[in-house]
Design a protein around this ligand. Structure first.
Ligand code: UDP
Length: 414
């Protein structure tokens, strides 16, 4: 273990909107239903565990979900497991491998994973009624399961439909011991003894990332990053991760630029559990060369309002992932009524219904073609975007996610 080891910590999620604030977006009946379900779970304790407090979709969800669970009467605690660089290098390799990348893990990788699991087990407490473990990094925490009525849930946010066998077989030491497994898409299901439930990830429409913004703030943000508000802006918001294919986005932009004037914004930061970010950022900078219309923005974790403004200022949002669990950046863009061009991978097709809520692509050339099509057909782009907004309202807002969790806890607790 090295210098990056920090002590295991409980995370205080940012207290944002209260349930009543969602009335105008989701309607009274949805909120009433949540209260009525939660009434049957009053004072039940829930522990959420993941591997980063900032960066990435899981932290984004927990920041909103945990306070809402508390508000409706559950006692919900969020803990982040810790580890050194060696652990997060291993789990990043596991992550890529579970998404299907070739990988022949050395025994050392498994040893590091297990040693880190043991270290965290010494510090974290697991005496709640329900324990929800997010993703593979903390999957080994199941060893702390006590005999009795406690229920353990593994929430897998990754597309594990074609996993690397070595890594999946290793995880199978833990996963079958859970009472339930939550996956983001029916296509991610695996043969497992526990029941599997579809849980769509979701966004909080009232968070800083998604709330309405004034035109002045959006204008100022563009000015701050030297982006021209008068010319089309194509944007991908993502961690600098090879699976998000930032270099592919730049290549698609270059194809578009042969025909149409536009700018490209690639904005993102890192996540505490992703050690590859710096290298991928460098690769993106090299691919961009000295084109003044490519804006590569390295954003700190407290940039929710800036990301919101960049998304709202964009003409088209791109998500050219090579693999994707779900792609909350797509959800965020659709909610902001933006036309989206995204790869048909992982959970993205659940959100982008081709030619109805956006456009799906399979290549750099296809991405460029669809961007050109939308730039040339703004009325079609606006229609897709408006359909996309309603699709998110129906399926991918935080209140829906909260309701599903309550139903799950009620089902498992019986
Ligand atoms: N995000 C962020 N800052 C960044 C890059 C991403 O806040 O620099 C947010 C983004 O807006 C989204 C989440 O992190 O809410 C990314 O979730 P997604 O499911 O798209 O991808 P993941 O990073 O979890 O693979």
């Amino acid at each position: 273990m090295d210098a990056r080891v920090v002590s295991p910590n409980s995370v205080s999620a940012t207290k944002g909107a209260t349930l009543g604030d969602y009335f105008s977006i989701v309607g009274h009946s949805e909120v009433d239903e949540i209260h009525s379900l939660a009434g049957k779970l009053t004072a039940k304790t829930v522990k959420m565990v993941n591997s980063t407090a900032v960066g990435g979709g899981v932290a984004e969800i927990l920041n909103c979900l945990v306070p809402l669970m508390e508000e409706v009467g559950l006692k919900c605690e969020w803990s982040v497991m810790t580890g050194g660089n060696d652990f997060f290098e291993v789990t990043k390799a596991f992550h890529n491998a579970l998404h299907g990348a070739p990988y022949d893990p050395p025994q050392r990788a498994f040893d590091i994973f297990l040693a880190n699991t043991e270290q965290n087990l010494q510090h974290l407490q697991f005496d709640s009624d329900f324990v929800v473990i997010h993703d593979p990094q903390p999957a080994g925490m199941i060893k702390a399961r006590r005999p009795g009525s406690q229920k353990w849930i593994w929430r897998c946010h990754i597309d594990v439909s074609h996993p690397n066998d070595h890594v999946w077989n290793f995880l199978m030491h833990f996963v079958p011991r859970y009472d339930a497994v939550l996956i983001s898409s029916p296509s991610f299901s695996r043969p497992l003894p526990a029941p599997q439930y579809i849980f769509y990830p979701c966004i909080d429409p009232l968070s800083q990332k998604n709330q309405e913004l004034g035109a002045e703030f959006i204008r100022d943000t563009l000015q701050r990053f030297a982006i021209d508000p008068k010319r089309p802006i194509i944007t991908q918001i993502s961690r600098f991760d090879r699976l998000k294919d930032p270099v592919g986005v730049i290549q698609a932009y270059k194809l578009v630029r042969k025909y149409l004037d536009c700018q490209l914004v690639l904005a993102g930061g890192g996540a505490a559990d992703d050690p590859e970010g710096g290298q991928v950022l460098q690769e993106a900078r090299e691919a961009a060369g000295n084109d003044p219309d490519v804006h590569i923005l390295e954003l700190p974790p407290w940039s929710a309002l800036e990301i919101n403004a960049l998304q709202r200022a964009s003409t088209i949002i791109v998500q050219k992932s090579l693999r994707e669990g779900f792609g909350l950046t797509v959800t965020e863009a659709l909610w902001k009524k933006k036309p989206v061009v995204a790869s048909a991978v992982g959970g993205i097709p659940l959100q982008i219904v081709h030619k109805f809520t956006g456009l799906l692509t399979h290549s750099i050339e296809g991405t460029a073609y669809q961007i050109r099509f939308l730039l040339a057909n703004p009325a079609i782009a606006a229609k897709l975007a408006s359909n996309g907004h309603e699709h998110v309202r129906e399926n991918f807002l935080m209140t829906r996610n909260l309701k599903r969790y309550l139903l799950l806890l009620l089902t498992l607790g019986q």
